[in-house]
Design a protein around this ligand. Structure first.
Ligand code: SF4
Length: 87
């Protein structure tokens, strides 16, 4: 059962690949130079991906928190069960 949600503010991503280096099970670099959350729900505005959301379990929180901490532009957020931002 999902406890947290990864919330990727993709337009802000600068494509540094830190998230993929830290948590390759969840993050992958895309052809357009930005990262994607593997298997996430994609929210688009026109042709642009605005946001990627993926529910994760407690056991996967820390690795994604580490990825968020490594992101230089703070575009990786993690939401709690109520949708409140933890980071
Ligand atoms: S660490 Fe942040 S800026 Fe770098 S690729 Fe990942 S999401 Fe984008």
């Amino acid at each position: 059962m999902a406890k947290y949600t990864i919330d990727h503010d993709r337009p802000t991503c600068i494509g540094c690949a830190a998230c993929e280096a830290v948590a390759p099970e969840f993050w992958v670099m895309s052809e357009d130079g930005k990262s994607d959350v593997k298997g996430s729900k994609i929210i688009k505005e026109g042709n642009e991906i605005k946001q990627e959301l993926l529910d994760i379990e407690e056991k996967d929180y820390q690795i994604n928190k580490d990825a968020a901490d490594a992101c230089p532009v703070n575009c990786i957020h993690i939401l709690d069960e109520k949708g409140k931002r933890i980071i």
